[in-house]
Design a protein around this ligand. Structure first.
Ligand code: A3P
Ligand code: MG
Length: 431
Protein backbone atom coordinates (compact mmCIF):
# COMPACT_ATOMS: atom_id res chain seq x y z
CA UNK A 1 0.00 0.00 0.00
CA UNK A 2 1.27 3.45 -0.89
CA UNK A 3 1.91 5.54 2.22
CA UNK A 4 0.23 8.89 1.75
CA UNK A 5 1.89 12.15 2.72
CA UNK A 6 0.06 13.51 5.75
CA UNK A 7 0.65 16.56 7.87
CA UNK A 8 0.11 16.10 11.54
CA UNK A 9 -0.90 18.88 13.90
CA UNK A 10 0.81 19.31 17.21
CA UNK A 11 -0.52 21.61 19.95
CA UNK A 12 1.70 24.70 20.22
CA UNK A 13 1.96 24.19 23.97
CA UNK A 14 0.35 22.23 26.74
CA UNK A 15 -1.11 25.31 28.38
CA UNK A 16 -4.53 24.37 27.08
CA UNK A 17 -4.59 21.41 29.42
CA UNK A 18 -3.03 23.18 32.38
CA UNK A 19 -6.12 25.04 33.56
CA UNK A 20 -6.78 23.29 36.84
CA UNK A 21 -10.35 23.06 37.98
CA UNK A 22 -11.92 22.17 41.26
CA UNK A 23 -15.68 21.99 40.92
CA UNK A 24 -17.84 21.42 39.09
CA UNK A 25 -16.01 18.81 37.07
CA UNK A 26 -16.71 18.82 33.37
CA UNK A 27 -15.35 16.27 30.98
CA UNK A 28 -13.50 18.15 28.32
CA UNK A 29 -12.12 17.32 24.94
CA UNK A 30 -10.15 20.09 23.37
CA UNK A 31 -7.56 18.71 21.00
CA UNK A 32 -9.24 20.16 17.93
CA UNK A 33 -9.74 23.54 19.61
CA UNK A 34 -6.14 23.87 20.75
CA UNK A 35 -3.82 26.28 18.97
CA UNK A 36 -1.68 24.10 16.79
CA UNK A 37 1.36 24.19 14.61
CA UNK A 38 1.75 21.88 11.69
CA UNK A 39 4.86 19.74 11.95
CA UNK A 40 6.21 17.49 9.30
CA UNK A 41 6.03 13.96 10.57
CA UNK A 42 5.01 12.44 7.30
CA UNK A 43 4.80 8.66 7.53
CA UNK A 44 7.88 8.14 5.41
CA UNK A 45 9.91 10.13 7.94
CA UNK A 46 9.02 7.65 10.70
CA UNK A 47 10.72 4.32 11.32
CA UNK A 48 7.42 2.44 11.19
CA UNK A 49 5.51 5.06 9.18
CA UNK A 50 4.38 2.66 6.46
CA UNK A 51 3.20 0.16 9.05
CA UNK A 52 1.36 2.91 10.94
CA UNK A 53 -0.56 3.93 7.84
CA UNK A 54 -1.37 0.27 7.10
CA UNK A 55 -2.57 -0.24 10.67
CA UNK A 56 -4.81 2.82 10.51
CA UNK A 57 -6.30 1.70 7.21
CA UNK A 58 -6.90 -1.81 8.59
CA UNK A 59 -8.58 -0.46 11.74
CA UNK A 60 -10.77 1.87 9.71
CA UNK A 61 -11.97 -1.00 7.53
CA UNK A 62 -12.65 -3.26 10.51
CA UNK A 63 -14.45 -0.42 12.30
CA UNK A 64 -16.66 -0.02 9.26
CA UNK A 65 -17.61 -3.69 9.42
CA UNK A 66 -18.36 -3.42 13.14
CA UNK A 67 -20.49 -0.34 12.59
CA UNK A 68 -22.53 -2.13 9.90
CA UNK A 69 -23.20 -5.02 12.27
CA UNK A 70 -24.06 -2.78 15.21
CA UNK A 71 -26.47 -0.73 13.12
CA UNK A 72 -28.20 -3.90 11.99
CA UNK A 73 -28.49 -5.11 15.56
CA UNK A 74 -30.37 -1.96 16.34
CA UNK A 75 -32.34 -1.68 13.13
CA UNK A 76 -33.65 -5.22 13.32
CA UNK A 77 -34.38 -4.82 17.03
CA UNK A 78 -32.74 -8.10 17.80
CA UNK A 79 -30.26 -6.98 20.38
CA UNK A 80 -30.36 -9.63 23.02
CA UNK A 81 -27.76 -8.69 25.58
CA UNK A 82 -27.31 -12.31 26.56
CA UNK A 83 -26.95 -13.55 23.00
CA UNK A 84 -23.53 -12.69 21.69
CA UNK A 85 -23.82 -14.44 18.33
CA UNK A 86 -24.26 -11.24 16.29
CA UNK A 87 -21.20 -9.87 18.07
CA UNK A 88 -19.24 -12.93 17.19
CA UNK A 89 -20.00 -12.19 13.54
CA UNK A 90 -18.35 -8.79 13.94
CA UNK A 91 -15.45 -10.15 16.03
CA UNK A 92 -14.55 -12.72 13.39
CA UNK A 93 -15.21 -10.34 10.53
CA UNK A 94 -13.06 -7.57 11.99
CA UNK A 95 -10.21 -10.00 12.65
CA UNK A 96 -10.27 -11.30 9.08
CA UNK A 97 -10.48 -7.78 7.64
CA UNK A 98 -7.47 -6.59 9.64
CA UNK A 99 -5.45 -9.65 8.57
CA UNK A 100 -6.50 -9.09 4.93
CA UNK A 101 -5.54 -5.41 5.03
CA UNK A 102 -2.16 -5.99 6.70
CA UNK A 103 -1.28 -8.75 4.27
CA UNK A 104 -2.32 -6.66 1.30
CA UNK A 105 -0.16 -3.78 2.55
CA UNK A 106 2.93 -5.95 2.82
CA UNK A 107 2.45 -9.07 0.66
CA UNK A 108 6.10 -10.10 0.74
CA UNK A 109 6.27 -10.53 4.54
CA UNK A 110 4.91 -13.39 6.58
CA UNK A 111 2.25 -11.92 8.87
CA UNK A 112 2.55 -12.84 12.54
CA UNK A 113 -0.54 -11.81 14.47
CA UNK A 114 -1.56 -12.42 18.07
CA UNK A 115 -5.33 -12.02 18.08
CA UNK A 116 -8.31 -12.94 20.17
CA UNK A 117 -10.34 -15.15 17.81
CA UNK A 118 -9.79 -18.49 16.06
CA UNK A 119 -11.89 -20.30 13.48
CA UNK A 120 -12.63 -23.53 15.39
CA UNK A 121 -16.38 -22.82 15.84
CA UNK A 122 -16.79 -21.68 12.26
CA UNK A 123 -15.21 -24.86 10.90
CA UNK A 124 -17.95 -27.00 12.46
CA UNK A 125 -20.96 -27.77 10.21
CA UNK A 126 -23.17 -25.77 12.59
CA UNK A 127 -20.91 -22.77 12.07
CA UNK A 128 -21.36 -22.70 8.28
CA UNK A 129 -24.29 -20.22 8.14
CA UNK A 130 -22.38 -17.83 10.37
CA UNK A 131 -19.25 -18.23 8.23
CA UNK A 132 -21.25 -17.37 5.13
CA UNK A 133 -22.71 -14.29 6.78
CA UNK A 134 -19.22 -13.21 7.89
CA UNK A 135 -17.84 -13.75 4.40
CA UNK A 136 -20.62 -11.65 2.90
CA UNK A 137 -19.95 -8.84 5.38
CA UNK A 138 -16.22 -8.92 4.75
CA UNK A 139 -16.70 -8.83 1.00
CA UNK A 140 -18.98 -5.82 1.25
CA UNK A 141 -16.29 -3.96 3.21
CA UNK A 142 -13.11 -4.97 1.39
CA UNK A 143 -14.59 -4.30 -2.03
CA UNK A 144 -14.79 -0.65 -1.00
CA UNK A 145 -11.04 -0.68 -0.36
CA UNK A 146 -10.20 -2.70 -3.45
CA UNK A 147 -12.90 -2.80 -6.10
CA UNK A 148 -13.66 -6.38 -7.07
CA UNK A 149 -11.95 -7.94 -4.03
CA UNK A 150 -13.87 -11.03 -2.93
CA UNK A 151 -12.92 -13.77 -0.47
CA UNK A 152 -14.23 -17.32 -0.22
CA UNK A 153 -15.34 -18.75 3.16
CA UNK A 154 -12.19 -20.88 3.22
CA UNK A 155 -10.00 -17.82 2.73
CA UNK A 156 -11.84 -16.12 5.56
CA UNK A 157 -11.09 -19.07 7.87
CA UNK A 158 -7.41 -18.86 6.98
CA UNK A 159 -7.30 -15.12 7.59
CA UNK A 160 -8.90 -15.52 11.03
CA UNK A 161 -6.35 -18.17 11.95
CA UNK A 162 -3.48 -15.87 11.11
CA UNK A 163 -4.22 -14.54 14.60
CA UNK A 164 -2.85 -17.70 16.20
CA UNK A 165 0.76 -16.54 16.59
CA UNK A 166 2.28 -17.12 20.02
CA UNK A 167 4.01 -13.70 19.94
CA UNK A 168 7.20 -13.44 21.97
CA UNK A 169 10.30 -11.34 22.61
CA UNK A 170 11.81 -11.27 19.12
CA UNK A 171 10.69 -10.19 15.68
CA UNK A 172 7.53 -8.41 14.65
CA UNK A 173 4.06 -9.38 15.85
CA UNK A 174 0.80 -7.57 15.28
CA UNK A 175 -1.49 -7.67 18.32
CA UNK A 176 -5.23 -7.45 17.66
CA UNK A 177 -8.42 -7.28 19.65
CA UNK A 178 -10.96 -7.14 16.80
CA UNK A 179 -13.70 -5.91 19.15
CA UNK A 180 -12.64 -4.91 22.61
CA UNK A 181 -15.64 -4.29 24.84
CA UNK A 182 -17.95 -6.92 23.40
CA UNK A 183 -20.54 -6.22 26.08
CA UNK A 184 -20.41 -2.54 25.22
CA UNK A 185 -20.86 -3.43 21.55
CA UNK A 186 -24.01 -5.44 22.23
CA UNK A 187 -25.30 -2.89 24.73
CA UNK A 188 -24.92 -0.04 22.19
CA UNK A 189 -22.22 1.52 24.34
CA UNK A 190 -18.52 1.96 23.63
CA UNK A 191 -16.19 -0.56 21.98
CA UNK A 192 -12.90 -0.37 20.12
CA UNK A 193 -10.95 -2.09 17.36
CA UNK A 194 -7.45 -2.32 18.86
CA UNK A 195 -4.30 -2.99 16.86
CA UNK A 196 -0.74 -2.80 18.17
CA UNK A 197 2.61 -3.77 16.72
CA UNK A 198 5.36 -5.41 18.75
CA UNK A 199 8.94 -5.14 17.56
CA UNK A 200 11.40 -7.27 19.56
CA UNK A 201 9.10 -7.29 22.56
CA UNK A 202 8.34 -3.55 22.63
CA UNK A 203 4.99 -2.08 21.55
CA UNK A 204 6.06 0.41 18.89
CA UNK A 205 2.71 1.21 17.26
CA UNK A 206 -0.85 1.41 18.50
CA UNK A 207 -4.14 2.24 16.80
CA UNK A 208 -7.59 2.39 18.41
CA UNK A 209 -10.71 2.69 16.29
CA UNK A 210 -13.58 3.98 18.45
CA UNK A 211 -16.71 4.13 16.25
CA UNK A 212 -19.07 5.40 18.98
CA UNK A 213 -16.82 7.97 20.61
CA UNK A 214 -17.63 11.65 19.95
CA UNK A 215 -14.63 13.56 18.61
CA UNK A 216 -15.06 16.95 20.04
CA UNK A 217 -17.47 18.73 22.27
CA UNK A 218 -18.68 15.94 24.45
CA UNK A 219 -18.86 18.53 27.23
CA UNK A 220 -22.31 17.82 28.51
CA UNK A 221 -23.97 18.48 31.80
CA UNK A 222 -24.53 14.79 32.38
CA UNK A 223 -20.98 13.80 31.61
CA UNK A 224 -19.18 11.71 29.07
CA UNK A 225 -21.07 8.57 29.82
CA UNK A 226 -24.31 10.23 28.81
CA UNK A 227 -22.69 11.73 25.74
CA UNK A 228 -21.23 8.40 24.73
CA UNK A 229 -24.62 6.74 25.11
CA UNK A 230 -26.23 9.38 22.97
CA UNK A 231 -23.50 9.05 20.39
CA UNK A 232 -24.03 5.31 20.18
CA UNK A 233 -27.78 5.86 19.91
CA UNK A 234 -27.23 8.39 17.14
CA UNK A 235 -25.02 5.92 15.31
CA UNK A 236 -27.72 3.29 15.64
CA UNK A 237 -30.38 5.73 14.45
CA UNK A 238 -28.37 6.14 11.28
CA UNK A 239 -29.06 2.49 10.45
CA UNK A 240 -29.97 2.12 6.83
CA UNK A 241 -27.91 5.13 5.86
CA UNK A 242 -24.88 4.32 3.78
CA UNK A 243 -22.93 7.15 5.39
CA UNK A 244 -20.56 6.39 8.26
CA UNK A 245 -20.76 9.90 9.59
CA UNK A 246 -22.94 10.56 12.60
CA UNK A 247 -23.22 13.55 14.88
CA UNK A 248 -24.39 13.87 18.48
CA UNK A 249 -27.32 16.10 19.37
CA UNK A 250 -24.77 18.81 20.21
CA UNK A 251 -23.25 18.55 16.75
CA UNK A 252 -20.05 16.71 17.57
CA UNK A 253 -19.01 14.11 15.00
CA UNK A 254 -18.86 10.55 16.24
CA UNK A 255 -15.98 8.20 15.57
CA UNK A 256 -12.39 8.68 16.76
CA UNK A 257 -9.13 7.12 15.74
CA UNK A 258 -6.22 7.25 18.19
CA UNK A 259 -2.72 6.31 17.15
CA UNK A 260 0.83 6.39 18.42
CA UNK A 261 4.27 5.68 17.02
CA UNK A 262 6.98 5.01 19.62
CA UNK A 263 8.95 8.21 20.31
CA UNK A 264 6.74 10.29 18.02
CA UNK A 265 3.73 11.08 20.17
CA UNK A 266 0.06 10.15 20.27
CA UNK A 267 -2.56 11.53 17.93
CA UNK A 268 -6.32 11.70 17.50
CA UNK A 269 -8.26 12.15 14.30
CA UNK A 270 -11.74 11.51 12.92
CA UNK A 271 -12.32 7.83 12.27
CA UNK A 272 -14.31 8.26 9.09
CA UNK A 273 -12.71 11.34 7.55
CA UNK A 274 -9.24 10.48 6.33
CA UNK A 275 -8.64 13.99 5.00
CA UNK A 276 -8.48 15.54 8.51
CA UNK A 277 -5.00 15.98 9.94
CA UNK A 278 -4.23 14.02 13.11
CA UNK A 279 -3.81 16.27 16.16
CA UNK A 280 -1.29 15.49 18.88
CA UNK A 281 -2.82 14.66 22.24
CA UNK A 282 -1.45 14.74 25.80
CA UNK A 283 -2.60 13.36 29.12
CA UNK A 284 -4.02 15.89 31.54
CA UNK A 285 -1.53 17.97 33.52
CA UNK A 286 -3.01 17.00 36.88
CA UNK A 287 -1.21 16.11 40.11
CA UNK A 288 -3.84 16.90 42.73
CA UNK A 289 -6.19 13.93 43.21
CA UNK A 290 -9.00 16.38 44.02
CA UNK A 291 -8.88 17.41 40.36
CA UNK A 292 -8.75 13.87 39.06
CA UNK A 293 -11.51 11.83 37.47
CA UNK A 294 -10.84 8.09 37.26
CA UNK A 295 -12.12 5.57 34.72
CA UNK A 296 -12.93 1.91 35.14
CA UNK A 297 -14.86 -0.89 33.42
CA UNK A 298 -18.61 -0.79 33.26
CA UNK A 299 -18.53 -4.49 34.18
CA UNK A 300 -17.59 -5.10 37.81
CA UNK A 301 -16.80 -8.71 36.90
CA UNK A 302 -13.96 -7.36 34.72
CA UNK A 303 -12.59 -4.99 37.35
CA UNK A 304 -13.51 -4.72 41.01
CA UNK A 305 -15.42 -1.50 41.61
CA UNK A 306 -14.88 -1.82 45.35
CA UNK A 307 -11.08 -1.93 44.91
CA UNK A 308 -11.07 1.14 42.69
CA UNK A 309 -13.34 2.92 45.21
CA UNK A 310 -10.89 2.04 48.00
CA UNK A 311 -7.98 3.29 45.89
CA UNK A 312 -9.86 6.53 45.18
CA UNK A 313 -10.56 7.03 48.90
CA UNK A 314 -6.93 6.35 49.81
CA UNK A 315 -5.73 8.79 47.17
CA UNK A 316 -8.22 11.53 48.01
CA UNK A 317 -10.13 11.41 44.71
CA UNK A 318 -13.50 13.05 45.29
CA UNK A 319 -15.15 12.80 41.89
CA UNK A 320 -17.27 9.77 40.97
CA UNK A 321 -15.83 7.30 38.45
CA UNK A 322 -16.40 7.40 34.75
CA UNK A 323 -17.36 3.88 33.68
CA UNK A 324 -16.70 2.96 30.11
CA UNK A 325 -16.19 -0.23 28.11
CA UNK A 326 -13.03 -1.19 26.26
CA UNK A 327 -9.71 0.49 25.48
CA UNK A 328 -11.66 3.65 24.67
CA UNK A 329 -10.60 4.44 28.26
CA UNK A 330 -6.94 4.57 27.21
CA UNK A 331 -7.89 6.92 24.38
CA UNK A 332 -9.80 9.22 26.73
CA UNK A 333 -6.91 9.23 29.21
CA UNK A 334 -4.50 10.17 26.40
CA UNK A 335 -6.83 12.91 25.23
CA UNK A 336 -7.02 14.42 28.71
CA UNK A 337 -10.70 13.63 29.31
CA UNK A 338 -9.96 11.89 32.60
CA UNK A 339 -6.79 11.50 34.61
CA UNK A 340 -6.68 7.94 35.91
CA UNK A 341 -7.50 4.46 34.62
CA UNK A 342 -7.65 1.56 37.07
CA UNK A 343 -8.37 -2.10 36.44
CA UNK A 344 -8.46 -4.81 39.12
CA UNK A 345 -9.67 -8.09 37.61
CA UNK A 346 -10.44 -11.16 39.72
CA UNK A 347 -7.17 -12.78 40.96
CA UNK A 348 -7.53 -15.85 38.72
CA UNK A 349 -8.00 -13.80 35.55
CA UNK A 350 -5.05 -13.62 33.17
CA UNK A 351 -4.80 -10.45 31.14
CA UNK A 352 -4.15 -10.86 27.40
CA UNK A 353 -1.79 -8.63 25.46
CA UNK A 354 -4.46 -7.65 22.91
CA UNK A 355 -6.56 -6.04 25.65
CA UNK A 356 -3.83 -3.45 26.37
CA UNK A 357 -1.12 -3.22 23.68
CA UNK A 358 -2.57 -0.42 21.54
CA UNK A 359 -3.80 1.64 24.51
CA UNK A 360 -0.49 1.18 26.33
CA UNK A 361 1.66 2.83 23.67
CA UNK A 362 -0.91 5.57 23.05
CA UNK A 363 -0.96 6.53 26.76
CA UNK A 364 2.83 6.38 27.05
CA UNK A 365 3.27 8.53 23.96
CA UNK A 366 0.73 10.99 25.37
CA UNK A 367 2.95 11.39 28.43
CA UNK A 368 1.28 8.92 30.80
CA UNK A 369 2.43 5.78 32.58
CA UNK A 370 0.79 2.33 32.41
CA UNK A 371 1.94 -0.23 34.96
CA UNK A 372 0.76 -2.89 37.33
CA UNK A 373 -0.30 -1.78 40.81
CA UNK A 374 3.30 -2.12 42.03
CA UNK A 375 4.46 0.37 39.41
CA UNK A 376 6.10 -2.22 37.12
CA UNK A 377 5.81 -1.36 33.44
CA UNK A 378 3.67 -3.83 31.48
CA UNK A 379 5.60 -6.46 29.53
CA UNK A 380 4.15 -7.63 26.21
CA UNK A 381 7.10 -9.79 25.23
CA UNK A 382 6.21 -13.09 26.83
CA UNK A 383 3.52 -14.45 24.56
CA UNK A 384 -0.22 -14.07 24.56
CA UNK A 385 -0.50 -13.29 28.27
CA UNK A 386 0.44 -9.92 29.69
CA UNK A 387 3.08 -9.57 32.40
CA UNK A 388 2.81 -8.73 35.26
CA UNK A 389 -0.45 -10.60 35.42
CA UNK A 390 -2.17 -10.25 38.69
CA UNK A 391 -1.85 -7.00 40.55
CA UNK A 392 -4.15 -4.90 38.45
CA UNK A 393 -3.33 -2.12 36.03
CA UNK A 394 -3.03 1.59 36.73
CA UNK A 395 -2.50 4.36 34.20
CA UNK A 396 -2.12 8.10 34.82
CA UNK A 397 0.09 11.13 34.31
CA UNK A 398 3.40 10.63 36.22
CA UNK A 399 2.62 12.72 39.33
CA UNK A 400 -0.70 11.00 39.92
CA UNK A 401 0.72 7.62 39.01
CA UNK A 402 3.28 7.84 41.80
CA UNK A 403 0.48 8.51 44.30
CA UNK A 404 -1.52 5.58 42.90
CA UNK A 405 1.38 3.18 43.44
CA UNK A 406 1.65 4.36 47.06
CA UNK A 407 -2.09 3.94 47.59
CA UNK A 408 -1.96 0.43 46.10
CA UNK A 409 0.57 -0.71 48.73
CA UNK A 410 -2.22 -0.19 51.28
CA UNK A 411 -5.24 -1.26 49.23
CA UNK A 412 -4.17 -4.00 46.79
CA UNK A 413 -2.89 -7.26 48.29
CA UNK A 414 0.34 -8.64 46.76
CA UNK A 415 0.00 -11.47 44.31
CA UNK A 416 0.38 -15.01 45.61
CA UNK A 417 1.31 -16.75 42.32
CA UNK A 418 3.55 -15.00 39.79
CA UNK A 419 4.07 -17.76 37.18
CA UNK A 420 1.41 -18.34 34.52
CA UNK A 421 1.17 -21.26 32.13
CA UNK A 422 1.56 -20.42 28.43
CA UNK A 423 -1.55 -19.04 26.74
CA UNK A 424 -3.26 -21.21 24.16
CA UNK A 425 -3.11 -20.08 20.55
CA UNK A 426 -6.43 -18.38 19.77
CA UNK A 427 -9.77 -18.71 21.49
CA UNK A 428 -11.10 -17.02 24.59
CA UNK A 429 -9.92 -19.50 27.18
CA UNK A 430 -8.83 -18.00 30.41
CA UNK A 431 -11.43 -15.25 30.31
N1 A3P B 1 -13.65 -12.10 34.18
C1 A3P B 1 -12.93 -11.15 33.61
N2 A3P B 1 -12.08 -10.42 34.32
C2 A3P B 1 -11.36 -9.45 33.74
N3 A3P B 1 -11.43 -9.14 32.44
C3 A3P B 1 -12.27 -9.84 31.67
C4 A3P B 1 -13.06 -10.87 32.21
N4 A3P B 1 -13.81 -11.37 31.22
C5 A3P B 1 -13.48 -10.68 30.10
N5 A3P B 1 -12.55 -9.77 30.39
C6 A3P B 1 -11.87 -8.85 29.47
O1 A3P B 1 -12.34 -7.52 29.64
C7 A3P B 1 -12.37 -6.95 28.36
C8 A3P B 1 -13.30 -5.77 28.33
O2 A3P B 1 -12.77 -4.79 29.16
P1 A3P B 1 -13.66 -3.62 29.72
O3 A3P B 1 -14.35 -4.12 30.93
O4 A3P B 1 -12.66 -2.57 30.02
O5 A3P B 1 -14.62 -3.25 28.65
C9 A3P B 1 -12.83 -8.07 27.48
O6 A3P B 1 -12.43 -7.83 26.18
P2 A3P B 1 -13.36 -8.38 24.96
O7 A3P B 1 -14.59 -7.55 24.98
O8 A3P B 1 -12.48 -8.13 23.80
O9 A3P B 1 -13.59 -9.84 25.21
C10 A3P B 1 -12.09 -9.26 28.06
O10 A3P B 1 -10.84 -9.44 27.47
MG1 MG C 1 -10.75 -7.29 24.65
Amino acid sequence: MQASVRRYQRPASNTHIANKRRTPWRPHVRPHAAPSVVVDVAPQALQYGKELESAKAAVRLASKLCQIVQRQLSAEERVDKKDDSPVTVADYGAQAVVAWALQRADPSSRLSMVAEEDSAELRRPAGRPMLERITQLINSVISEAEPGAQLSPEEVLELIDLGGSPGGPTGRHWVLDPIDGTRGFVGMRQYAVCLGMLQDGEVVLGVLGCPNLPQGSVVEEDGLEGAAQRAAAAAAAAAGSSSSTTTTSSGSSVGCLFSAHRNHGAYAEPLWDESSAPVQIRVEDVSDPRDARFMESVESRHSSHSTTAAMARELGVVLPPLRMDSQVKYGLLSRGCASIFMRFPPPAYKEKIWDHAAGFVIVEEAGGLVTDAAGVRLDFSRGRFLHPLDRGIIAAPPALHEQLVKAATKVVPPSPSPSPSPAPAGGKSGQ
